[in-house]
Ligand binder design. Structure first.
Ligand code: SF4
Length: 343
């Protein structure tokens, strides 16, 4: 149906810009058909994330994330670089959405996550998205990750519903920045199998400076508490050691910010539990020259070891660690729709 519309629009006597706008209008309306009335209602006064902009995205009014109603899937790809329990041998299928409710100045996905860019819409129709996911899943583990889906929760649910209609039931991983609304997470209880949140900062000043995320600390504490309420501290697998459900908290070690890392670990142990699974990430890599000199280098092995030792001393005993050399293989290349040096 949409393909016919596309052909008709391309043949119309209109300027390129008019054609793009018209196509966008048609695709938005097509997407609305996949959303429930509750989801449309949510988008008409958006409070999906803690920013609670109240934007009427249904009528193309934009909030902080600068997105109306759009699939905006920037990349759907097999990813072998996630935590081994998720990637296993064949890798997981990751769906990357354009734009984000956080704006980390060091984001490795900045080409698609920056809210200043035009949203990338690599698979413009739901049918293309579903076909692509099924195709990538056929060569991956049966695990589907949604990356930075916070501002696209209704779209994520619509995608899952369509997959179920095609009898495709992957385990769902919700991979997010930890800047989440508890109400949205409560709604996700029956949709998400594995939560994979970042816990970036214990220091709100740092969160504001580097991620434009006011009140990050209180927000991540209540968000992860809700995830913990849903999943507990154990990771469940089936008899073949395929992931069933769980919570894995990620922390990215930043150069010169070891005190922040230690405070984060203290908070996780105090507010949640040191029995949870931790993923201590060393992959920080400045994407370009940043306005803060301390951020313009990778971390050292010594820095990483100091944080790891602190985690062990604090009682964490289920920790995924990361080699410093693994940086390139886990960074998506959004220009070429692949991974940097991904063999
Ligand atoms: S998802 Fe976007 S529009 Fe909605 S509250 Fe968050 S930033 Fe605002």
């Amino acid at each position: 149906m949409i393909i016919n519309f596309k052909t008709i629009i391309y043949k119309m006597y209109l300027s390129v810009q008019q054609k793009v706008l018209l196509l966008q209008f048609v695709m938005t309306n097509e997407l609305l058909d996949y959303l429930t009335s509750e989801e449309r209602e949510q988008l008409s006064h958006c409070t999906l994330c803690p920013r609670k902009c109240g934007a009427d995205r249904l009528h193309d009014k934009k909030g902080f994330c600068n997105l109306g109603v759009s699939l905006s899937t920037a990349l759907i790809i097999n990813h072998k670089g996630e935590e081994p329990i998720l990637s296993k041998d064949k890798g997981i299928t990751n769906v990357f959405f354009s734009h984000c409710n956080c704006q980390c100045i060091f984001c490795q996905n900045y080409k698609i996550s920056s809210n200043k860019t035009e949203p990338k819409n690599l698979y413009p129709t739901m049918e293309e998205v579903i076909d692509r996911i099924i195709s990538v899943l056929s060569t991956s583990e049966n695990v589907l990750g949604f990356v930075s889906a916070t501002h696209q929760i209704p779209v994520m649910k619509a995608i899952i519903r369509e997959l179920h209609k095609r009898r495709c039931y992957p385990k769902i991983v919700y991979n997010c920045g930890g800047y989440e609304s508890v109400e949205s997470l409560q709604e996700l209880e029956d949709w998400v199998d594995v939560y994979l949140p970042d816990w970036k900062y214990a220091d709100n000043e740092l969160a504001q400076r580097y991620s434009s995320a006011p009140g990050y600390n209180e927000t991540v504490i209540s968000a992860v508490k809700e995830m913990y309420r849903q999943k507990g501290s154990s990771i469940l697998t089936d008899i073949n050691e395929n992931i069933e459900s769980g919570l894995i908290i990620r922390h990215l070690v930043l150069p010169e910010q070891l005190e922040n890392s230690k405070k984060v670990l203290d908070e996780i142990a105090w507010e949640i539990s040191s029995n949870i699974t931790l993923s201590l990430m060393s992959q920080y890599n400045p994407p370009f020259v940043l306005p803060y000199s301390d951020l313009n280098r990778k971390i050292t092995q010594k820095e990483y070891n100091e944080v790891l030792d602190f985690a062990l001393e604090s009682g964490f005993h289920k920790i995924f660690t990361q080699d410093l050399g693994s940086t390139d293989s886990v960074i998506p290349d959004f220009d070429n729709n692949t991974f940097v040096n991904n063999n």
